[in-house]
Design a protein around this ligand. Structure first.
Ligand code: GTP
Ligand code: MG
Length: 589
């Protein structure tokens, strides 16, 4: 669990609160109504004991029945009013909190969607998920239980104290005499509980990641017969979880009775002193006063006990907010300031002295230059880690290059509008990622312009129509988590259709290395040929047939171009390509 302080180091970071207020602003009417309601709630409660004391002293003790009825009517009216105010307060604060979180969540997700891929290389996915889910959840508590409630509690305490002193200062001091004791025990309890909660949180997070990892990797667990070992590990983790929880429960089970005893002690002291005063006919103390004070003590201790909690909630909310704001402030986006929006491309691609590093100066592509004429194909071959996939990442600006130029139709790709650029480049990545949704949604990615006819047309073209029609439900077939229900080959075919429906002028294809059965292999091979036909294509080739048919082949090694030429020429040259060919492809024929 990472611990972060509020940025300014103050108890409450007002900078962050100010910024949160930006999100409240659109709903300022609700916000200000809430403030009024909070004020009303804080004031209405303490008025009741005052009225009771008034009723007892001025009407009950002198036998004024009509007057008593009047006061009771006022009290009933007050109770009804209070109930309505409370209802409105709870409802509106919930509404405001949830509405604001929704806004922030949407804003954050939108921000994440546009982040530079580099950012995701550096930031663990888990942390992003935490930001998006639990940090925002915590933040919501600033609204629902933090700020408004804290203000309400403080206000109520001040108001009660005022009324008490106004009614009888001696009784007030007696009532307050046990307060230090309560505050002290509350402080100790909070410290203990904070520690215990931290342990619980750690235990929960251990438990979660264990279950998640092992369910995902269940096949590995079973293949290697490690069920027993994993079971024992799980039992241990669970045991920790139980112990941590019990410890925190223990503190609660001690604290609440202790707090009750202290409160009872306060009431006892009050009754003793008050009753003594009444018996001795001290004019300053009346029965009504005494009863009202007993009610006040109960009313008074509750918010005091809560205040520390509220402070904690508020602080946690603020820490979460500042983390979310930090993420929102990260300006790590591919600059989209190009404005060139050609209606159609011819598909001329050129790399000119391109240098690229994922991390500072650790170049994975060094001085790469090549040209692909419109409609021609280039195959890139090379050992694993040579930098082949990286070339693809650059063409549609997943990453920006460090040095050099990339031109499409003789225009630097930075000058294109990003959306238009990517629309015109069909990409099939090495690992096909499918969302758990229907096949149709996986192909259109929610774009309503892509009709079912268009999909089936593309499917026909790449030769995947039959396979889709054979699936139960056809295009509606639900691809389960990460496409596990489809074979590797089938998933590739879907990704071909995905690239094809846009009818792009340029196609970049990172052939999967995994082998498939011969029938699917043929299907994929012919699909690739269809994909490449009439388009400028850059293919990272693992299949000999793809390579042989390519207009030109580029051999990449450690980020450098070693050889360029067609299959025949390169074989004759007896260099890198020949070597690679002998190692990787020869046995295929
Ligand atoms: P294969 O797909 O295995 O055939 O390799 P490839 O030729 O496609 O290599 P790729 O372009 O993926 O990687 C080239 C180099 O860049 C390797 O040294 C990788 O370790 C490195 N690399 C690839 N992707 C990333 C990334 O996202 N971040 C960082 N920091 N390095 C990366
Ligand atoms: Mg690769």
């Amino acid at each position: 669990m990472e611990q972060e302080k509020t940025t300014s180091g103050n108890i409450i970071d007002f900078q962050v609160l100010k910024r949160l207020y930006q999100y409240v602003k659109p709903y300022s009417l609700v916000f200000y109504s809430l403030i009024v309601l909070t004020l009303l709630t804080a004031v209405l409660g303490p008025v009741k004991p005052y009225l009771v004391s008034f009723a007892i002293d001025d009407y009950v003790s002198v036998g004024n029945y009509l007057g008593l009825v009047k006061i009771i009517n006022i009290l009933i009216g007050l109770l009804v009013f209070q109930a309505i105010v409370q209802y409105a307060h709870t409802y509106l604060s919930g509404w405001l909190g949830q509405t604001i979180i929704k806004d922030i969540r949407v804003r954050l997700y939108r921000h994440i969607l546009n982040l530079n891929l580099r950012f995701f290389d550096r930031t663990p996915i888990g942390r992003l998920v935490t930001r998006n889910v639990s940090d925002i959840e915590t933040l919501s508590q600033v609204f629902s239980e933090g700020l408004a409630a804290l203000a309400g509690d403080i206000l109520q305490i001040v108001f009660i104290l005022g009324l008490m002193f106004y009614m009888n200062w001696k009784l007030t001091l007696i009532s307050l005499s046990t307060l230090p004791l309560l505050m002290f025990s509350t402080y100790i309890f909070k410290e203990k509980v904070k520690f215990a909660f931290n342990e619980v949180r750690n235990a929960v997070s251990n438990l979660n990641s264990f279950v998640q990892e092992h369910v995902t990797g269940m096949s590995i667990v079973q293949i290697f017969n490690s069920e027993e070992r994993e079971y024992k590990k799980f039992k241990d983790i669970n045991d920790e979880h139980r112990k941590a929880n019990i410890r925190s429960v223990m503190y609660y089970s001690v604290y609440y009775p202790v707090a009750e005893v202290i409160q009872a002690l306060g009431i006892g002291l009050l009754v003793w002193w008050g009753a003594k005063g009444i018996i001795q006919e001290d004019p300053a103390i009346t029965l009504g006063n005494l009863i009202a004070f007993i009610m006040y003590i109960q009313m008074f201790f509750r918010p005091i006990r809560m205040i520390a909690d509220r402070f904690n909630t508020l602080q946690m909310g603020i820490v979460s907010s500042s983390r979310i704001f930090k993420l929102l402030d990260s300006r790590d986006q591919i600059p989209n300031n190009g404005s060139y929006k050609p209606d159609h491309l011819t598909g001329d691609v050129e790399f000119k002295n391109v240098w690229f590093a994922y991390e500072e100066r650790n170049y994975v592509l060094k001085d790469i230059s090549f040209k692909v004429q419109p409609g021609k194909s280039l195959a890139i071959v090379g050992a694993t880690g040579a930098g082949k996939s990286s070339i693809i990442n650059l063409l549609n600006r997943f990453y920006d290059i460090n040095r050099g130029h990339i031109y499409i139709d003789k225009k630097d790709i930075g000058e294109y509008e990003l959306e238009r650029l990517r629309e015109n480049i069909g990409v099939v990545l090495q690992d096909v990622f499918l969302f758990s949704d229907s096949i149709e949604k996986n192909i259109t990615l929610g774009n309503p312009d892509i009709t079912r006819e268009k999909i089936m047309e593309a499917a026909e073209l790449v030769g995947a129509r039959k396979f889709i029609e054979r699936l139960p439900g056809g295009l509606n077939y639900d691809v389960k988590e990460r496409g596990a229900t489809l074979s590797v080959g089938q998933r590739q075919l879907i990704s071909f259709i995905r690239a094809m429906v846009y009818d792009p002028k340029i196609i970049v294809l990172d052939e999967a290395t995994s082998s498939v059965d011969t029938e699917t292999e043929e299907l994929i091979q012919s699909a690739i040929e269809k994909l490449m036909k009439g388009r400028t294509s850059i293919v990272i080739a693992h299949r000999l047939s793809t390579i042989q048919n390519a207009d030109s082949i580029m051999v990449l090694d450690h980020g450098e171009i070693k050889e360029v030429g067609n299959h025949q020429k390169l074989l004759e040259k007896d260099g890198f390509y020949r070597q690679l060919y002998n190692m990787q492809y020869k046995e295929v024929i």
